[in-house]
Write a protein that binds this ligand. Structure first.
Ligand SMILES: [Zn+2]
Length: 195
């Protein structure tokens, strides 16, 4: 096999219809592990930006959860659900939050589905960037079959951001649908820019 020819496994990835790039890519060599790992954003609760945020900077809040607009994304309606209190991951959540997590996920998904032309809502949990518990809801635009599956976050990295004004209606709809079944919307009615 030519050294310029991708490994068949890599070629399969490159030719996947949902992969955002063409074939002129090369796989990076793996770097050495870094142990212990470096701190993430908000590792110390005393200096955590999520803990410090006021409710009115969120789209919606209740006693346990807060929903944030994900600014700077190229798809409209992307939101992040955070625990109100500082916990790291599922392993750290108290029982009352693990019990309410499923119902609030369903509510947020319904709200995002109602926010515009959404084909499906993708739920993502990483935790490698920030240490305050959060999950992403990424609405795949209706009919955008290239964006199906796990490459959707990669598309977020390569498409152009249409600007915050383009997101306002989607976020306002999401907050309003959530607030209809509990909690508080912090967004003005549709047509006004959210915080
Ligand atoms: Zn925090």
């Amino acid at each position: 096999m030519s050294t310029n020819q991708p490994h068949p496994r890599v070629l399969a990835v490159l030719e996947e219809p949902t992969f955002p790039f063409d074939r002129n890519l090369h796989v990076k060599p793996l770097e050495a592990p870094v142990v212990p790992e470096p701190d993430r954003w908000g590792e110390d609760p005393a200096g955590c930006g999520a803990c410090d945020r006021a409710d009115d900077t969120y789209l919606w809040t209740d006693d346990s959860w807060r929903l944030s607009a994900a600014n700077g994304q190229p798809l409209t309606g992307v939101v992040i659900l955070e625990s109100r209190a500082h916990y790291d991951s599922f392993a750290d959540l108290p029982d009352d939050l693990t019990s309410s997590f499923g119902p609030v996920l369903a509510r947020v998904e319904r709200a995002v589905l109602a926010s515009g032309d959404v084909g499906r809502v993708h739920l993502h949990r990483w935790g490698d960037g920030g240490a305050h518990f959060h999950v992403w809801f990424i609405p795949r635009p209706l009919g955008r079959m290239q964006m199906r599956g796990s490459n959707l976050p990669v598309w977020l990295d390569v498409l152009d951001d249409p600007g915050e004004a383009a997101h306002a209606d989607a976020w306002a709809r999401t907050a309003a649908v959530l607030a209809a079944t509990g909690g508080t919307s912090h967004v003005e009615p549709m047509g006004s820019a959210p915080h």
